[in-house]
Write a protein that binds this ligand. Structure first.
Ligand SMILES: *[C@@H]1O[C@H](CO)[C@@H](O)[C@H](O)[C@H]1NC(C)=O
Ligand SMILES: *[C@@H]1O[C@H](CO)[C@@H](O)[C@H](O)[C@H]1NC(C)=O
Ligand SMILES: *[C@@H]1O[C@H](CO)[C@@H](O)[C@H](O)[C@H]1NC(C)=O
Ligand SMILES: *[C@@H]1O[C@H](CO)[C@@H](O)[C@H](O)[C@H]1NC(C)=O
Ligand SMILES: *[C@@H]1O[C@H](CO)[C@@H](O)[C@H](O)[C@H]1NC(C)=O
Length: 402
């Protein structure tokens, strides 16, 4: 009897447990159902912009592309302010990425150089990448040889070059809208001769030009530089070169090694110290390395002061230390230092003769080029006084072939 009772109880308790389990599963199911439905609700109400592509731009009034306006819409900005006028354009299009319509921008140097240092992991460009030469003009005021440069670029494929101008703040280049220099001034800062601000301007020019992923070669020029070969020759010479053209040598004198500051140890040792003209030509790989460097640049900024001239030492030393295999070790910009002193020879109108220009192009010597030799050593020359413009324009088509 007792045994039977025990069985009945056992049965009952098992039944109860089953009922309880069932109830629990049921309640949990209801709770999950309620939670997920409210989540879905919140998901859809909180992301209306995803469903409406027009409004997606309304939440981002600071979009990158505020030029090429063909339709403006009003909407609410991120903070709920009504009435912000925005541009309706595909801001992330490949078009606006490849061809920014405005080289002016509000980025700080730190932001700009970081963007300039980005390298695509995927080397297969989703567009036909025609390598471009970026002509970087580091100038003070106007460009006295602008008519000569216009002639140099005239009729050339605009997909093969780009122009950037860094002039002193406040200088506005007065050029026609048909000029290759039109709207090519980048945000600039004051530059002092022989000071680190000069190197900062060079890095700023590189940073801006690196934003165009088609730029492959980068040549630094001043307002007193002229091209001594025509564009097709310059293009072929640079684009086909395996190396960059950066002047880089050892100078044991007080104007070289004498400028080394022992506080740069141990990161920069005395034997690492190099000198060279600032007028570089470099390929994209090297340009990226230069704008990506903060450590060595900051050492120069701190310790290469007074009679040190960082523009003559920073890039040669940095490139010698880490990227020597990328460098031809010579410059493609001719200059005449034969008179001595801190400034090279300046050529004026009287000096511009046919034989002088011919000797700049080829004086009988050859230079190493890739694995062989070339009779072309220099593509550009400096320094020229503005008075030289007229005779240069007269002789350009006959001697310089442009
Ligand atoms: C805006 O301009 C782009 C190209 O410039 C064009 O494809 C698009 O149709 C234009 N949109 C309107 C609404 O006009
Ligand atoms: C170019 O950008 C600058 C600075 O962001 C701005 O002031 C200027 O209005 C822009 N120019 C054009 C034509 O969009
Ligand atoms: C260039 O300027 C000329 C006259 O100064 C003007 O007629 C023309 O519309 C301008 N072109 C562009 C594309 O702005
Ligand atoms: C340039 O011409 C001037 C005047 O004739 C002359 O004094 C100077 O030596 C010339 N310079 C060079 C580098 O030939
Ligand atoms: C000729 O070219 C060589 C090699 O660049 C250079 O060393 C030399 O000074 C040049 N001579 C003249 C007269 O320009």
């Amino acid at each position: 009897m007792l045994r039977i009772m025990r069985f009945v109880f056992k049965d009952l308790s098992i039944g109860l447990i089953r009922v309880l389990c069932f109830l629990m599963v049921f309640v949990i199911g209801i709770v999950i159902g309620l939670l997920s439905s409210s989540h879905v609700d919140r998901y859809f109400t909180s992301q209306p912009y995803v469903l409406n592509p027009n409004q997606a731009f309304a939440i981002n009034p600071n979009s990158l592309c505020t030029s090429s306006i063909n339709e403006t819409v009003s909407g609410n900005d991120r903070n709920g302010n009504v009435g912000v006028s925005c541009v309706k354009e595909d801001c992330l299009s490949m078009e606006s990425f490849r061809f920014p319509k405005n080289v002016s921008h509000g980025m700080t140097d730190e932001e700009l150089l970081w963007r300039g240092s980005l390298v695509p992991e995927n080397a297969h460009y989703p567009f036909d990448r025609m390598p471009k030469i970026a002509f970087l003009f580091l100038t003070r005021g106007d460009l006295p040889f602008l008519p000569l440069w216009e002639r140099f670029f005239k009729g050339q494929d605009a997909m093969k070059y780009s122009v950037y101008v860094h002039s002193n703040p406040g200088v506005k280049l007065d050029v026609l809208n048909s000029s290759v220099f039109y709207k090519r001034q980048i945000p600039s800062q004051a530059v002092e001769w022989g000071k680190v601000t000069l190197v900062e301007a060079e890095r700023r020019l590189l940073g801006n030009a690196l934003l165009d992923f088609s730029n492959e070669r980068f040549v630094l020029l001043s307002e007193s530089c002229i091209p001594i070969y025509n564009f097709p020759t310059v293009y072929k010479y640079l684009v086909e070169s395996k190396y960059s053209f950066l002047d880089c040598y050892e100078d044991p004198s007080r104007y070289g090694q004498g400028r080394y500051n022992r506080y740069m140890k141990p990161d920069i040792r005395p034997r690492d110290w190099r000198k060279g003209s600032q007028w570089f030509e470099m390929n994209r790989a090297l340009a990226v390395k230069v704008v990506a460097d903060t450590k060595y640049f900051n050492l120069f900024k701190r310790y290469c002061t007074d009679d040190c001239y960082p523009d003559e030492h920073y890039m040669p030393t940095f490139v010698h230390m880490f990227h020597e295999p990328l460098n031809a070790g010579r410059t493609v910009t001719y200059v005449d230092w034969s008179v001595g002193g801190p400034h090279p020879v300046s050529f004026e109108a009287k000096n511009i003769t046919e034989s002088f220009l011919k000797s700049l192009r080829n004086n009988g010597t050859t230079c190493s080029y890739n694995k062989g030799k070339s009779h072309i050593c220099y593509l550009f020359a400096r320094k020229f006084e503005s008075s030289a413009l007229e005779p240069l324009l007269e002789l350009a088509s006959k001697v310089l072939e442009y």
